[in-house]
Ligand binder design. Structure first.
Ligand code: F3S
Length: 414
């Protein structure tokens, strides 16, 4: 790789050991992807902010970077942690986990991260502009930032995200290059899409057939909301290894089919209609019993509009005493919901507005066992995808109205 003088000095250790180590990681990555040079980034979203991902070794690694003088030179936000910092004890998280998570969060803060603890940093102030090169982790956020905002990132893991934040550089390869951002797979949506559950079905179906290809959708209306596109992004990245999508006439790099495919012909063309949607609903709604014990809304973290809808639907209701309901969001969004009275409505009905974490990034297998949960009920295709493997719970999948009805009655009606 061709390095600038400044980058060579970083690699030679003239800017300290953490920067040297980080540059070594970035050069190794760049060489493995045949990158010609580095590009500057000023914006990082760190995926490795939960001890469920880093383990104790990752905590020590971050602490050592700080002790050796490491300091982020980018604007850096952080993903959810393994616990809600305000109510971890009430949620059943162990003291040992809380202590270890506290160390990791402190180390990232010391290095210079803004501790946002959310997978939707674009809702809390980190919204890069069209064409901006960034280094983001967190699969759903990567797809969203590439596709909906039109910024450019590869799928950064924990170590490469840290390295980018320390050096302000990433190798120029993959989705940073315009020629790699065109679509290969055309998906014609032939049915009206209603709400995040339908967008989740579309994303999940497409992820299963697209592998690493970039899908291009026709038939997504230009009225699609940010929350619906967020659900689409999360689902695409859970059943497939998708990094971005185009929705013709909706997302910024796809004013028309020609632009989305860069003048090329699609390699594959498929349809998403009623039959495909039913197939995915069946796949994600695997639990055969009508049992409902743990309900999870807010994956990816809920926006203030989603909290409004949830509060309006729950107003005046009481959830079944045998049901636990988590509504996941960022602490910044919860502050708005607190002020608007939405948190109060949800919690009076028996739900818990949970911040800073999510079941996938908390140590949930043990938690589910301890609390006796057997089924997870969710409106998130991503959560429904991870739940069986990650915490051993089969899922019910449906829209918010159906889920809140089930939480109230304690039964899932087919
Ligand atoms: Fe966010 Fe966790 Fe879902 S990180 S996307 S709430 S699995």
């Amino acid at each position: 790789m061709q390095l600038s003088d400044h980058e060579k000095r970083m690699l030679n250790g003239e800017m300290g050991e953490p920067v040297r180590k980080a540059m070594e990681i970035l050069v190794a990555l760049g060489e493995s992807y045949d990158a010609k040079r580095m590009i500057e980034v000023r914006n990082v979203h760190l995926a490795g902010a939960s001890i469920a991902v880093t383990g104790e070794a990752g905590v020590k690694f971050a602490e050592n970077l700080y002790c050796q003088g490491g300091c982020f030179c980018t604007r850096t936000t952080s993903n959810p942690t393994a616990l809600d910092s305000a109510r971890w004890c009430e949620l059943g998280i162990s003291e040992e986990d809380a202590e270890l998570q506290g160390r990791l969060t402190k180390a990232l803060e010391n290095l210079g991260a803004q501790i946002t603890s959310t997978c939707t940093p674009y809702y809390v102030g980190n919204a890069p502009r069209l064409g901006e090169h960034v280094a983001w982790g967190e699969s759903s956020a990567i797809v969203y930032v590439n596709s909906v905002l039109g910024a450019r990132t590869n799928r950064e893991g924990g170590p490469s995200g840290l390295a980018a934040a320390l050096c302000g550089r990433v190798p120029e390869c993959g989705f940073h290059l315009k020629e790699n951002r065109y679509g290969q797979l055309l998906v014609n949506v032939t049915i009206p899409l209603r709400g995040v559950t339908d967008y989740g079905c579309l994303g999940y179906y497409t992820g299963t057939i697209s592998s690493q290809d970039t899908p291009v959708f026709t038939g997504i209306p230009d009225t699609a909301t940010s929350d619906e596109l967020k659900a689409l992004s999360a689902a695409l990245a859970s059943s497939g290894a998708v990094t971005m999508f185009h929705a013709v006439g909706v997302t910024p790099e796809a004013p028309d089919l020609e632009a989305a495919f860069g003048g090329n012909k699609p390699e594959t063309v498929v349809e998403f209609g009623e039959q495909e949607k039913k197939m995915i609903l069946k796949k994600l709604d695997k639990e055969e019993s009508s049992n409902v014990d743990w309900v999870m809304l807010g994956c990816p973290h809920a926006s203030v509009f989603e909290l409004t809808d949830i509060a309006q639907t729950m107003a005046g209701k009481k959830i079944n005493p045998d049901v636990t309901m988590w509504v996941g969001t960022s602490f910044q969004t919860k502050a708005i919901a607190d002020r608007m009275g939405y948190t109060d409505i949800i919690e009076k009905a028996g739900g818990k507005v949970v911040c800073d974490t999510c079941p996938v990034l908390a140590q949930t297998r043990e938690l589910a066992k301890k609390m006796g949960y057997r089924v997870l009920t969710t409106n998130s295709a991503k959560m429904a995808h991870y739940s069986p493997g990650q915490f051993g719970l089969k899922t019910h999948y449906g829209n918010i109205d159906k889920i809140i009805d089930a939480a109230v009655t304690g039964r899932w009606e087919r």
